[in-house]
Design a protein around this ligand. Structure first.
Ligand SMILES: C[S@@+](CC[C@H](N)C(=O)[O-])C[C@H]1O[C@@H](n2cnc3c(N)ncnc32)[C@H](O)[C@@H]1O
Length: 305
């Protein structure tokens, strides 16, 4: 079961009492928890998008009670403008992205996201959509490329050691095989809080789905699609993603981006949004106790000028 993270906070920011919210895009529909709550709170219509066909099916059941107020598209959130246009929407009042994997995906062994199970090394959000699997990456990249990938996307302190062990042990076909190789290649640390395979698995998942590239590209596109006064909320789950969101929001909220030593402005850059809070919004202790996944969640929200 997937429990929607920072739900009260998302509703408070996207559905403030003084705004009428007619059209909403949920670009990471998942099990439909946030979308259903937005519709219950009075959003006129929600367009929900997800790359994962299983999520689409589940969300379809969850959103059925809302009839034609809920529109569902199986696609990447990068196509949100096209799906909005197909509904005749030239702009929207709110957009939500709740990034990363859902518990539904993580807890389904055959998706290959978790080393808790032994299953094929897949990790694609859309398994029928073609593209590279985690098995393709570990079996074809050279040692340096694997080490760089683990370092860049997983901040894996044992990335180099892990890469060497993988190259020596391959071909690798399952999550269990990979987890055992990583475990054997990891030095014992007495203060270890996370499993030695955690960071490498995160790195592979991010690479397989080009998660950071997608976030970079969707942010300006989503801002463009907002009506004046419309709000955009993004929940991220690790620092690499949060940095991209933070920097893109800051840039969009900045009037002039000329170097400070320039006597006059020549950049022609204008702020298109305002930041609605200074620090990222995080889960309170009660939510973290009830749903440990929320511990690493960070919410950032902007409003279109
Ligand atoms: C954390 S879950 C969302 C959970 C949802 N908010 C809920 O309340 O149930 C993230 C979802 O985003 C989807 N996703 C990730 N990247 C995507 C992309 N580029 N395009 C569309 N969906 C994507 C995943 O398939 C997953 O279902």
């Amino acid at each position: 079961m997937h429990v929607s993270v920072l739900l009260d906070e998302v509703l408070a920011y996207l559905m403030p009492a003084d705004k009428s919210v007619a059209r909403v895009i949920d670009g990471t529909l998942g099990a439909g928890g946030h979308a259903a709550a937005l519709l219950e709170r009075g959003a006129g219509e929600v367009l929900g998008i997800d790359a994962d066909p299983v999520a689409i099916q589940r969300a379809g059941e969850v959103l059925r009670p809302f009839g034609n107020r809920a529109h569902i598209a199986h696609d990447s959130y990068l196509q949100m403008a096209e799906h909005a246009a197909a509904l005749g929407w030239s702009g929207v009042d709110a957009i939500l992205l709740d990034l990363g994997v859902s518990s539904m995906q993580f807890d389904t062994p055959e998706r290959g996201f978790s080393f808790r199970f032994d299953a094929p090394l897949d990790m694609r959000f859309d398994p029928a959509g073609g593209g590279t699997t985690a098995a393709d990456l570990v079996n074809t990249l050279d040692e340096r490329e694997i080490a760089d990938l683990f370092y860049k996307y997983g901040e894996d302190p044992d990335g180099r050691r892990h890469a060497r062990a993988i190259v020596q042990a391959r071909p690798l076909h399952t999550t269990g095989e990979l987890a055992r190789v990583l475990e054997k290649a990891s030095p014992r640390r007495y203060d270890e809080k996370i499993h030695p395979a955690t960071r490498a698995f995160q790195a592979l998942r991010i690479a397989v789905n080009d998660e950071l590239g997608a976030v970079e590209r969707v942010l300006p596109a989503a801002i463009d699609l907002l009506n004046p006064g419309g709000r955009f909320a993004v929940i991220s789950f690790h620092s690499l993603e949060d940095r991209i969101v933070k920097d893109a929001f800051k840039l969009a909220a900045t009037e002039c981006i000329c170097p400070p030593q320039f006597p006059v402005c020549i950049c022609d850059h204008h702020a298109s949004v305002r930041l609605l809070h200074k620090k990222p919004i995080i889960a309170n202790e009660a939510e973290i106790d009830a749903n440990p996944r929320s511990r690493s969640a960070k919410l950032r929200v902007i409003e279109k000028l």
